[in-house]
Design a protein around this ligand. Structure first.
Ligand SMILES: Nc1ncnc2c1ncn2[C@@H]1O[C@H](COP(=O)(O)OP(=O)(O)OP(=O)(O)O)[C@@H](O)[C@H]1O
Length: 382
């Protein structure tokens, strides 16, 4: 599949497929309500970008703006470098899959898959071959003459994906495509989607989800949305290890967010304890507030009263113990804050009420701007 850009009037064909998406300051308003606020974001050709965020954060609106079903009140949408803001959906060269499959119940599987090709006025002679190709890719070649009611949910979703792929799109839009499936099917389909992506290395995929496992598994990069705005964007590893806001830290993986104060000499104070972070914000003045993010799995149990080496140590009282198979999750009250620690290989977990010392390394911390709000930019790091 090529990424050759077409002219402004070009209808995508198998030879001129446009890939890559750019949101250029895209806003969407309904009356007084801004549901997408000046979104600037690029999905490269061949990239899977997950839009991750809570319900109502504007993810679907962003996707529908690319599809052409929502008209931006400001900004431009570009596909393959071409401004498509004024193009109707069927001229944009996109394939789209939504949560509820949206298959035509009165059409057979092959007719459903052929639908987009016919709507696009593809040459008739080529349609059966394209349908067969798309069904083959999604493992549905043996079901071409069935009706949707004769298929399971997972199979229907494969047909919906085949229908989206049949037009050989440069851009594939997936809106919570797995959320109607049960957990086991979902994990199988995740692997299938990853395989499809490898087979379609030039297609840009925009994947809307509120499920962080889907985003972490599939995406090359994740864009985190909240309250109509892009909060953060980066590789899954980046967002997990170096979140820029409290919102990202707690939405991508789980996080302990500890309120700390700069205590001078590179040290921080958390309640009565003195702790150290990997880096302090540039120009951080004594007494300044920040939030220290430390992941539950970065905490370990230390011998009572001693963390050892250069590690941070927090004393606290165990308020809960949850066994999670490979780890125990300990809930520890330290100075009135609940700290979650996921500790592995504990033959004898501490009892509720016991006093423990939790240790963690400065390298496993990230300092964030203080406060629950996500508006403030990250303090510059040294
Ligand atoms: N046609 C519309 N008219 C008015 N408000 C709308 C319309 N479509 C969406 N909204 C509002 O825009 C906001 C964002 O909706 P959107 O569907 O983009 O969120 P989302 O992040 O995809 O959420 P979900 O995960 O629940 O699908 C919501 O508050 C929603 O109620």
């Amino acid at each position: 599949m090529s990424t050759e850009p077409g002219g402004p009037e070009a209808v995508p064909t198998s030879r001129a497929v446009r890939s890559g998406i750019r949101f250029d300051h895209v806003s969407v308003r309904y009356g007084d309500l801004t549901v997408l606020d000046a979104l600037d974001l690029t999905v490269e050709p061949g990239e899977v970008l997950a839009l991750l965020g809570p319900s109502g954060s504007g993810k679907t609106t962003a996707l529908r703006a690319v599809a052409g079903f929502v008209r931006p009140s400001g900004g431009r949408v570009l596909i393959g470098g071409q401004d498509v803001t004024d193009l109707p959906p069927h001229r944009r060269g996109i394939g789209m899959v939504v949560q509820q499959y949206a298959l035509f119940p009165h059409l057979r599987v092959d007719q459903n898959v052929a639908f987009g090709l016919k709507a696009q006025r593809s040459p008739r002679a080529g349609i059966p071959g394209r349908v067969a190709e798309a069904l083959e890719m999604t493992g549905m070649a043996g079901y071409a003459r069935r009706y949707p009611r004769e298929l399971s949910g997972g199979q229907q979703q494969r047909v919906a994906i085949a229908r989206a792929l049949a037009i050989r799109p440069g851009v594939l839009l997936l809106d919570e495509p797995l959320s109607a499936l049960d957990a086991q099917l979902r994990s199988g389909m995740l692997a299938e989607l990853a395989r499809l992506h490898r087979e379609l290395p030039d297609v840009s995929i925009l994947y809307v989800t509120h499920d962080q496992i889907e985003a972490l598994t599939l995406a090359d990069r994740i864009a985190v949305m909240d309250k109509a705005r892009l909060q953060d964007c980066g590789t899954p590893q980046d967002l997990y290890r170096r979140p820029r806001t409290e919102f990202t830290a707690s939405f991508v993986g789980s996080a302990n967010l500890l309120p700390v104060r700069v205590a001078g000499e590179g040290a921080l104070r958390f309640g009565d304890a003195v702790v150290r972070a990997a880096e302090l914000p540039k120009g951080a003045v004594e007494g300044a507030e920040a939030t220290m993010c430390v992941r539950p799995h970065a905490l370990r149990l230390a011998a009572e009263g001693a963390a050892g080496g250069a590690a941070n140590a927090l004393r606290g009282t165990v308020t809960g113990v949850q066994w999670r198979g490979s780890t125990h999750r300990l809930l520890v009250d330290s100075g009135g804050h609940e700290i979650r620690a996921d500790v592995g290989d504990l033959r004898q977990p501490p009892a509720v009420g016991a006093t423990v010392t939790l240790a963690f390394d400065p390298e496993d911390t990230v300092l964030l701007p203080a406060g629950v709000g996500t508006e403030r930019p990250l303090l510059e790091r040294v």
